[in-house]
Design a protein around this ligand. Structure first.
Ligand SMILES: Cc1cc2nc3c(=O)[nH]c(=O)nc-3n(C[C@H](O)[C@H](O)[C@H](O)COP(=O)(O)OP(=O)(O)OC[C@H]3O[C@@H](n4cnc5c(N)ncnc54)[C@H](O)[C@@H]3O)c2cc1C
Length: 387
């Protein structure tokens, strides 16, 4: 018999995360939204508590101080994290890019370990004004000059780009080879001459942390500032985005949609119009039923895909299916949440309008819905659908 039950230690972990998110983190959401940043005075003790409970950088292996969780376990945790805002998740629980695991020698002490400890913030800069979905078409270049790499180019929409202590920058090192061995990742410190935060780029949602355009103008970095191998950048990025897409988008979407559904459930039972609870009107009930079924389906997709990744299966097509299905599911559920709450749903007195705005970007970043549909279609046409 296949056993789908969650082991006791993981059940306890997810319960701890749920309690922490609900009682300690969610109460800060409104303040973060109105300030546009996470207040440092309140963040410090909260992050310290998360670290004490072992809830920081949970996606990273135990050998570097992370949670050492399997992909399935991490997705169960991500569901709980998804019940608060992206800004608070980043700051309280950490945003550590898994490709940092290829840091070697001094890079480990300088970048990987301080990030896992919450002492340094990292940004990842791939997108450019001329290259978004087609990431291999970037025009930022890096060439060797003696013992230094020289970077030139512009990146934009970079999350945390304005505050990061260092940035992983993707640049072309061989224009002929590009994605096939001509793209390299570099670790660039914030104060490096020639590297500037050109401007902040305010967004529709995700208040609480910034997005920025970054400029590299004859920016010189040491020869050993390469992350991974020279020419191995595209492969390294593509190899580590699956876990990000599955956890950050898929599982978090399940968590956030579940939070919205719970609000819808209470409102449907308590709000009365025409002498009865609005949940007794069929059209309201349908919104709840559709949301419940879609959350359930997405959750099964996320966990099944995570299980395959844990078993070493190449699940890229499934990750793409999860990416567009989960993000679109979340947008539909958030929209229904607002509808069921009527005017209150549209007001800033409830978190629904923020969730609606925050949800929208999940269909755009980490590969748009169209790009993931294209990848799924290609895969299915070539190999069929393997479930
Ligand atoms: C809030 C936010 C945070 C971000 N954070 C980061 C970050 O930290 N680091 C980073 O590097 N980037 C980041 N990005 C950038 C993000 O990854 C890109 O916006 C995304 O990849 C889409 O690229 P684009 O905006 O250039 O759109 P485009 O690629 O120009 O796409 C525009 C439209 O064309 C469609 N399209 C393009 N190609 C095809 C095709 N082949 N078939 C069908 N349709 C197609 C797209 O689906 C989309 O609808 C962030 C963006 C946002 C909004």
């Amino acid at each position: 018999m296949i056993d789908f039950s969650v082991p006791e230690d993981i059940r306890l972990l997810t319960e701890t995360v749920r309690r922490f998110v609900t009682t300690e983190v969610q109460p800060l959401e409104a303040e973060v939204e109105s300030l546009g940043q996470v207040p440092e005075g309140k963040l410090r003790p909260l992050r310290a508590k998360a670290q004490e409970l072992g809830l920081f950088a949970m996606n990273m292996p135990a050998e570097v101080g992370g949670g050492g969780l399997s992909v399935v376990e991490m997705c169960l945790v991500e569901e709980e994290l998804g019940k608060t805002s992206d800004a608070l998740i980043r700051r309280v629980f950490g945003q550590v890019y898994p490709m940092l695991m290829v840091c070697r020698g001094e890079q480990r002490d300088r970048y990987l370990l301080p990030t896992v400890r919450g002492e340094k913030i990292c940004a990842m800069a791939i997108t450019e004004p001329g290259a978004g979905s087609d990431a291999a078409a970037i025009s930022t270049t890096a060439h060797l000059d003696g013992e230094e790499w020289v970077l030139n180019g512009t990146k934009h929409y970079i999350s945390d780009g304005d505050v990061a202590d260092y940035t992983i920058v993707m640049a072309v090192t061989d224009a002929e080879k590009r994605a096939r061995g001509g793209i390299t990742l570099f670790l660039v410190d914030r104060d490096t001459p020639g590297f500037t935060v050109a401007r902040k780029q305010p967004m529709m949602g995700h208040r609480g942390y910034g997005h920025a355009e970054l400029s590299f103008n004859e920016c010189r970095i040491p020869r050993d500032a390469v992350l991974g191998e020279v020419g191995g950048g595209f492969r390294l990025i593509m190899g580590s985005v699956s876990a990000i897409r599955l956890g950050h988008i898929g599982a978090r979407a399940v968590g956030m949609a579940t939070r919205v559904l719970e609000m819808m459930r209470v409102q449907a039972a308590e709000r009365r119009q025409f002498g009865q609870p609005i949940g007794e009107f069929q059209m309201v009930g349908q919104m709840i039923a559709d949301s419940a079924a879609e959350i359930f389906a997405t959750r099964m997709m996320v966990l099944n895909t995570a299980w395959e990744i844990d078993r070493g299966v190449d699940a890229r097509d499934k990750v793409s299916m999860v990416k567009f299905s989960a993000s679109e599911m979340l947008c539909r559920v958030a929209d229904r949440g607002i509808q069921i709450f009527g005017g209150a749903g549209y007001s800033k007195e409830l978190p629904l309008e923020r969730i609606y705005r925050d949800a929208r970007v999940t269909r755009i970043y980490d590969g748009t819905s169209e790009i993931h549909r294209m990848l799924v279609a290609r895969g299915v046409i070539k190999h069929g659908l393997s479930l």
